[in-house]
Design a protein around this ligand. Sequence first.
Ligand SMILES: [Zn+2]
Ligand SMILES: [Zn+2]
Length: 156
Amino acid sequence: MEESKKKPNAISRMPAGFMGLSKPVMIGIAVACIVLALGITIIRSTGGNGGIEGLERGTMMMVKCANPTCGVIYDIDEVDYFLFLEEYEDEMDEDEDVAPAMECKECGKRSIYRAIKCKNEKCGEIFFANSVPESYEDTCPKCGFSEIEDLRRRAP
Ligand SMILES: [Zn+2]
Ligand SMILES: [Zn+2]
């Protein structure tokens, strides 16, 4: 008779334990689904099928001139940057891991690189991407803040 008492207990305990675990697991799955959906959306909107030609114009990115006598900062369309990168690919040394420079519309030198504005409200420094070695691409050389790092730290 003892066994018949134990069995219902074991069964009733299992769903209780499962329910306790399932909530964070379900949230995790939901978050993963959202991230996945966003990823697919981004891939599609950046022309997963159509390549660069399928890209939509309108997303601006900041660039800065590395020529010390110029130093101009302006926005370009991301599509133009991608088109430039694609064009540059042919003449780029495969072993070379340096980001290509675009021609500056102010000084005419090939010294335009992607720039990032520091997301630290107290700082706001504008700097080149990957300014800080062995760090994140958006790590600020002035205050050390990185939005990527900050977001990763906040993530559960
Ligand atoms: Zn310039
Ligand atoms: Zn900063």
